[in-house]
Ligand binder design. Structure first.
Ligand code: AMP
Ligand code: MN
Ligand code: MN
Ligand code: MN
Length: 331
């Protein structure tokens, strides 16, 4: 099989059907998608385009995460910490050392229609000032919110948790996950899941309302940094079908291009429902575990199912020629 580089796209000289045509994925003159087996050939081992490190609320350091992904057979890995690019350099260096293809990413907290929605940016330029400034603003809100969560829990009879959450965050950004660990550590709950249910969601003592980024803003930062925006774990929001379509429409309008079809937090049925949404709306399909560390034993690296057929993968036009894999993929 031969491949031609055309602009930023690789086109296969094959006579198979395109899974999407240009009317569905923009105004590209060339057919942007080629048959599924091409991706399978090109990405014989698992992609994982959504993971966390200690730079946000994961428990493995960026280098440890990369090493574990490599050991699990992942060959294309994105680090997508919440609202920060801090782990990028360490992860990229380790990926070069380990020989897997590293995708710089981020997971941006967004408020849309009064709800928190997460937008993943893939292949972002971590040096981009617009993206960095946008994320810095979100971290300032996070800092204030963390103190406010601490104050509210204190008033509800659970003192000292801000300090403990901050200690768990190791001086990096503080997320509700750090409060969850602090509350479990202090014996106020058995599991982090229980903490969220009892303390950290709407109507509970540690809940702090507030506004994250606007959807258009977040997609704009990602695009300004040369990245591709993807709706994270779309089945997790509990939206009705029509509300999810509204989100997708607003997201596309803003320049968003993809959605996670495979996610560590999607059930089998949800994978198929989300695949149908991606096909119907022409969004590219992404794959990510949302791995946060070995403590969350229900999600392990390298265990994701394959994308269902008829989808255009988010990586379809990535030139991975420079990928430094331990066992290079022939083109
Ligand atoms: P934050 O961005 O600080 O509001 O924290 C959100 C993070 O908390 C998510 O990225 C998850 O890692 C975690 N999280 C949210 N809900 C739950 C839950 N019900 N159980 C466990 N972790 C959760
Ligand atoms: Mn998280
Ligand atoms: Mn998320
Ligand atoms: Mn995530």
């Amino acid at each position: 099989m031969h491949f031609q580089q055309i602009g930023n796209f690789l086109q296969a000289e094959v006579h198979g059907l395109c899974v999407l045509d240009e009317t569905q994925v923009g105004k590209s003159e060339i057919c942007r998608c080629v048959p599924q087996h091409w991706y399978d050939d090109r990405m014989p081992a698992l992609p994982d385009l959504h993971t966390h490190s200690t730079a946000s609320d994961g428990t493995l350091g960026p280098a440890e995460l990369v090493a574990r992904a490599q050991a699990a057979g992942i060959r294309v890995l994105a680090l997508t910490d919440h609202d920060t690019l801090e782990g990028m350099e360490e992860a990229a260096a380790e990926a070069a050392w380990q020989g897997l293809h590293f995708v710089p990413g981020v997971e941006i907290s967004v408020t849309w229609d009064g709800r928190t929605v997460h937008i993943v940016g893939l292949r972002v330029d971590a040096g981009n000032a617009e993206l960095q400034q946008g994320l810095a603003g979100l971290r300032r809100f996070r800092d204030w919110r963390a103190e406010e969560i601490g104050r509210r829990l204190g008033r509800a009879g659970y003192p000292g948790l801000f300090e403990q959450a901050r200690a768990f965050s190791n001086g990096r950004l503080i997320s509700r996950t750090h409060f969850a660990r602090a509350l479990v550590d202090a014996g106020f709950a058995e599991t982090t899941r229980e903490v969220f249910r009892r303390f950290l969601v709407s109507g509970k003592p540690g809940h702090v309302p507030g506004e994250w980024a606007d959807l258009g803003e977040a997609v704009g930062w990602i695009r300004a940094a040369g990245g591709r925006a993807v709706i994270a774990h779309p089945a997790r929001y509990g939206f009705t079908r029509s509300k999810l379509r509204r989100l997708i429409d607003a997201f596309r309008e803003a320049g968003g291009e993809g959605m996670e079809v495979i996610s560590g937090s999607h059930s089998r049925d949800e994978v198929f429902t989300m695949a149908a949404h991606a096909r119907d709306t022409g969004l590219l399909a992404s794959v990510g575990s949302d791995y946060h560390g070995p403590e969350n034993s229900w999600i392990e690296l390298g265990r994701l199912p394959e994308l269902p057929g008829g989808l255009c993968p988010v990586w379809h036009d990535w030139s991975l020629d420079t990928v430094s894999t331990a066992s290079p993929v022939a083109v």
